[in-house]
Each structure stands twice: as C-alpha cells, then as structure tokens.
Write a protein that binds this ligand. Structure first.
Ligand SMILES: [Fe+2]
Length: 141
C-alpha cells in the first residue's frame, strides 16, 4: 500500500491545525509501513504511543481554538474526539489480547477518521473560523 502524501487539498488554512493533521498523516504512514513490513505486531506499540500523544495534545489544542471562535457544534465535535479516544483504547485492549487483526483494522479506522473527521468536521469548523475572522477584520477596519 502506498503511503499518503500531504497535499494542499488537505489544508484547512489554519497553520496550527494543519500542523497537527500532518502529524496524524505521519502516524497513518507509520502504520502503513509496519503493516507492509509485517512487523505490525512488534511495532504497533509505537503507533499507539504516537496516537496517545496526538489525542492528549492536539485534540485539546483544537478544542481550545474552536471554543475561542465560538464554533457552533463544539459539543458534538468534542464527542467525536472522545469517541476516537475510546476506539483507540479498544484497539489497544484487543492488541493486548493478541488479536492479530488489529493492525489492519486500526489502519482502516485511522484512514476513515482522516476522511470523515479531519476532512469533513475539522474542515467545516475551519471554514467557520476563517469566515468569523474576516467578519471581525471588516468590523474593526
Ligand atoms: Fe476535530
């Protein structure tokens, strides 16, 4: 499977959020590589480690930005993040029970999160932020 390359279609034009999303793409690529090398069982702990770092730091950052700009569906957005955390913990538990299908299923899950959350939910939120920002700018000028 080919690794994913960051491109401008993925950009939400908010630097901090785009930086986080690039890190997320790196985690997907890491998982693609270890799956391809059939070393997933040995190396998936590194994937979990990076995912936990990601959710602990970047979800909070993103939620702070969304709150700052009064994004309307913040509660729902936070719930989506919480659902993701729960799923990751579930995958981790399955891995600890030596479920060999975890790598592939986790990869599918991360890819769908990228498409369905990052490129949809986050994109919508970013569009709203940028719209509010330009309204504020016109109001102060
Ligand atoms: Fe998000």
């Amino acid at each position: 499977m080919v690794t994913l390359e960051w491109n401008e279609d993925y950009e939400l034009k908010i630097d901090k959020i785009d930086e986080h999303h690039k890190r997320f793409l790196e985690i997907i690529n890491l998982l693609i590589n270890v799956t391809e090398n059939r070393s997933c069982e040995e190396e998936i702990s590194l994937v979990f480690f990076r995912l936990i770092f990601y959710v602990e730091n970047y979800f909070i950052d993103e939620e702070i930005i969304l709150k700052e700009y009064n994004c309307t569906n913040l509660k729902e957005h936070k719930e989506e993040h919480n659902k993701f955390v729960k799923e990751i913990i579930k995958f981790q538990n399955e891995y600890q029970k030596h479920d060999k299908t975890v790598c592939k299923r986790l990869l599918n899950y991360l890819q769908s999160w990228f498409n369905e959350h990052i490129l949809a939910y986050d994109r919508k939120a970013a569009e709203l932020i940028l719209k509010n920002e330009s309204i504020n700018k016109t109001n102060t000028n």
